[in-house]
Design a protein around this ligand. Structure first.
Ligand SMILES: *[C@@H]1O[C@H](CO)[C@@H](O)[C@H](O)[C@H]1NC(C)=O
Length: 281
């Protein structure tokens, strides 16, 4: 009895920690700036039913997707044609008022944007910022941090190697004869201690590949996958144990009884009550 109840306690605790899994907001394209008329999708991940995407803009507060703006489908939300007035802070919120991370999106009515990660990047990552114009990519661009010109890149891509907290700030870019982008904040978050098994080379090389998805998504998502698998196992195990208990108790009773066939109904009731009391603990 004791080992079983201990096991169940462990299972229950794990279940509870699974259900408090934090919801996350992601955005496609994964950029903090977009051009006017571009399509943007927002998604609440790891969110249960009832979570909605909300936003603060210059003219509304806690405005809900599907009601005040955008088109909602489940825990996703789409704006088919962005307007500069859609610039603002976006987040997911549960009916109880729990909130996810916040993503700042700036919509440019001009001809230049800076594509920078919408989500915070991890310390040690390589981060590529891309200066884009409506008409052409890969044009020579000047990059600014906190209003100060820091670099000129002939192809419009600026890669920050091995970022640290000191790389945080407001970034913008300028293309000769085209104009300059709005400013966006780059946030660098501390590396979580659990990522010691990750080879830094593979994670940083994969983050530099695609400038539009520059965050440390690969290690985070594989870690996440492992977590989900454990969660599902933990949910599945109590059912297996209950079934095993039921069968073993029934067998014991059936063996102990002389009139197995006559006592079948009673035994079944006994087993059921035994199982239900087990569950009440
Ligand atoms: C949205 O606006 C409300 C009211 O001004 C404010 O309390 C809240 O912190 C804002 N949320 C975000 C994520 O900016």
């Amino acid at each position: 009895m004791d080992p079983t109840s201990l096991q169940r306690l462990v299972f229950l605790t794990s279940l509870l920690s699974c259900s408090t899994n934090q919801a996350r907001l992601t955005v496609t394209p994964s950029s903090s700036q977009v051009f006017e008329d571009e399509r943007v999708s927002l998604r609440c991940e790891d969110a249960s039913d009832g979570w909605t995407v909300r936003r603060n803009t210059s003219y509304e507060n806690r405005a809900q997707c599907g009601v005040d703006w955008g088109r909602s489908a489940g825990s996703s939300c789409t704006i088919s044609s962005m307007d500069p007035r859609d610039s603002g802070e976006y987040w997911c919120e549960s009916p109880e008022g729990s909130t996810s991370n916040t993503i700042t999106i700036t919509v440019s009515g001009g001809s230049v944007i800076l594509q920078s990660p919408a989500l915070p990047v991890m310390e040690g990552d390589n981060v590529t910022l891309t200066c884009r114009t409506k008409m052409a990519d890969n044009l020579s661009a000047d990059f600014y941090k906190d209003g100060v010109s820091i670099r000129n890149e002939s192809d419009g891509h600026m890669t920050l190697l091995n970022v640290s907290r000191s790389d945080e700030g407001l970034y913008k870019c300028r293309v000769q004869n085209e104009g300059e982008s709005p400013e966006s904040r780059l946030s660098v978050s501390e590396k979580p201690p659990v990522t010691t098994t990750n080879t830094p080379t593979s994670s940083s090389s994969s983050t530099t590949m695609d400038p539009s998805t520059t965050t440390s998504a690969p290690p985070a998502s594989s870690l996440h996958l492992v977590f989900r698998v454990i969660c599902h196992l933990v949910v599945f195990c109590p059912y297996c144990i209950s079934t095993f208990l039921m069968v073993s108790i029934y067998r014991e009773r059936a063996r102990g009884s002389d009139h197995a066939e006559q006592g079948l109904d009673d035994d079944y009731d006994d087993v059921m009550s035994a199982v239900t009391t087990e569950h009440q603990f």
